[in-house]
Design a protein around this ligand. Sequence first.
Ligand SMILES: *Cc1c(COP(=O)(O)O)cnc(C)c1O
Length: 424
Amino acid sequence: MSSSASPRPFVYDGDRLVCSGVDVAALADEFGTPLYVYSADAVRERVAMIANGFAGVDHTICYAVKANSALGLLKRLGALGCGFDIVSGGELERVRRAAPEAVSRVVFSGVGKQAWEMDAALEAGILQFNVESEAELELLAERAQALGKTARVALRVNPDVFAETHPYISTGMSEHKFGIAIARARQVYARAAQLEGIEPTGVSVHIGSQIRSVEPFAAALQRVRELVEELRKDGINLRNVDAGGGFGIEYGTAAFDPAASVQQYAKALRSVLEGFDAHLLLEPGRFIIAQAGALVTRVLYTKQNGAKRFVIADAAMNDLIRPALYKAHHEIVPVLLDASRPASKADIVGPVCESGDFFAQDRETAELRSGDLVALLDAGAYGMSLASHYNTRVHPAEVLIEDGKTVLIRRRETLDDLFVAELY
Ligand SMILES: *Cc1c(COP(=O)(O)O)cnc(C)c1O
């Protein structure tokens, strides 16, 4: 199978949708719906594409756990040699359980780290804290001193670079809450270098998510390089240059060659880093897992309200919130092709009591009928990790297809699971 054929592991075998060779309808029958289906093979391929792009560059891929934090996924990424970018003590605990050997490759990002989270990360011995404010730096120094540890620190700088993406996932401009203004960074590094318990080891930048052009990444990294060079003159020697995540994918039907596009991304970063001695950290999330996954759902009902046709699925915004939150587009494809079906336009919606609970509006597909299975493609990233229990709905099950075998990595929740923390 060549990577140019499809950027997704979900393809048709005759009239049946398969995921890395495994029949999707059979999975739905066995595990029920809604069901998240992922291909471990596709994940492995994406990691290899990145590693290829940066071959010869001293680098570590720190997968961004928030994109999809399934333990079964983290375990496999850890085994591939990946590190992790975490944003909470909860995510640290996930890495500790699923990939304990990778804890030394963890970077800890986030604007609101709490003392207990710092303590846990200091005890675990993570690679680096990506510090986002001076106040955080002071608290981290205090915690490190209290525990007799040293916190390796990068400042997350805000490079004030514009990256074209959805406003909710753009982070690299001065109006955003993220990072420390790059103009102030030298001053803050000088303070960090004085603080007991703090060892400045790197600098980090992350300009946003689902960014499709490589120029903003290169522009941000160029500013970071200049900063590191200045700091080295000041006698502060930083080794880790963390370029962040955010590299995007194609959610629609336009041609997309992930291997070629990651090569372009790598080329742009490599040209900025030429002649520069540093350890590059990368924090991809979406690029690795989005297209490896789909949300499989069954049509419950269809109905006509005036001029509009509605297809009501058993999955909802609580399972996959991207369309409701960002008006994000997901391709929606039938699990079984039926050439006799006429084309039909409909809103594909879930059962949740919100008008925002839609997966697509006025979408043309082969007519969908009650009982049909459909797959929402590219749902591997920011799907399950953003799922909620809204409307007292249980989380879907998750299965991973690996070397032709099906592995259940999360059973469907029961209602009892939902009530365990409640008192009455
Ligand atoms: C969300 C996030 C990432 C991952 O972003 P993707 O778009 O999924 O690649 C990486 N680093 C940081 C700091 C983030 O907040």
